[in-house]
Design a protein around this ligand. Structure first.
Ligand code: UDP
Length: 250
């Protein structure tokens, strides 16, 4: 069931954004489309939209309760959430607690190496350029954000990791790495935006020893391991026990 909404504002790879009667609030619809490798690999995964929406809602509420400012306002259906309208900063902020993925492809750092304090990597959000890795100096040169905003972004991202890592640990899920997007609302406040889900996090099941079986995130799709939605469903089941009553704003 879809809530009453206005015009389609934007359609991305995994979500659609619609206007509402309120100029500073928009509705986000989570889609079943799965993409990987800069959208070179595509599929429809039945129920992915609902699972990611429900997981994200609970994680936003967990973070909000710990004082992290989020764009999230509440759920508006199985695959819908109401959020504050923000201008998304074109940076992908990646926090890494365990080395894997691009870090191990691009450096000699061994897969599985623990990283403490977490490594924070910034990428330029631009599909045509393939989301390139940035340096602070490049961020400054490009004028993406000023130094004060950049350090605010880094502090916020580390605080988010500081909440999520022990939370997932309590669910016997290892938070390997994850990607954040941040935005500015009309008042100029920095808010956590986008989503936090198995599409944007790597989660390893501590109940499993097998290097493939333990994967509970989009790597199952990237690596053709099968059982993608079963893994996302298990993540929701565990997240749900820790946060059983997400707000419904309809
Ligand atoms: N990530 C994401 N969107 C992207 C790129 C990365 O959500 O466009 C997430 C990814 O799921 C992982 C983390 O960011 O949790 C680090 O990804 P990495 O840089 O290792 O890239 P990959 O190995 O997926 O190419």
């Amino acid at each position: 069931m879809s809530p009453d909404h206005g015009a389609l504002l934007y359609e991305g790879k995994a979500k659609r954004i619609y206007t509402t009667d309120h100029p500073e609030q928009v509705l986000v619809e989570y889609k079943n489309d799965a993409t990987a490798f800069n959208a070179q690999k595509k599929a429809q995964l039945e129920d992915k939209g609902r699972l990611n929406c429900q997981i994200s809602a609970r994680l936003f509420e967990l973070l909000e309760a710990q004082g992290i400012p989020c764009h999230y306002l509440g759920l508006a259906g199985d695959t819908w959430m109401l959020v504050q309208r923000v201008e998304v900063i074109p940076l992908e902020v990646v926090l890494r607690n365990i080395a894997t993925g691009s870090l191990c492809r691009q450096t000699p750092i061994q897969e599985g190496t623990r990283i403490d304090p977490a490594l924070l990597d910034l990428y330029y959000k631009d599909d045509d350029l393939g989301d390139p890795l940035l340096t602070d100096a490049r961020v400054r040169l490009m004028g993406l954000v000023d130094d004060a905003r950049l350090s605010e972004i880094e502090q916020l991202a580390r605080r988010i990791n500081g909440v999520l890592q022990p939370f997932f640990d309590g669910l016997e899920l290892q938070l390997v790495d994850f990607k954040l997007e941040l935005g500015l609302n009309k008042a100029g406040e920095l808010l956590l935006a986008d989503e936090i889900s198995p599409d944007t996090c790597r989660l390893w099941d501590q109940r499993s020893r097998d290097a493939n079986d333990r994967i509970m995130d989009k790597d199952r799709f990237r690596k053709d391991l099968g059982g993608v939605m079963q893994a996302y469903g298990e993540v929701l089941k565990r997240v749900h026990t820790a946060c059983p009553n997400p707000r419904n704003c309809l």
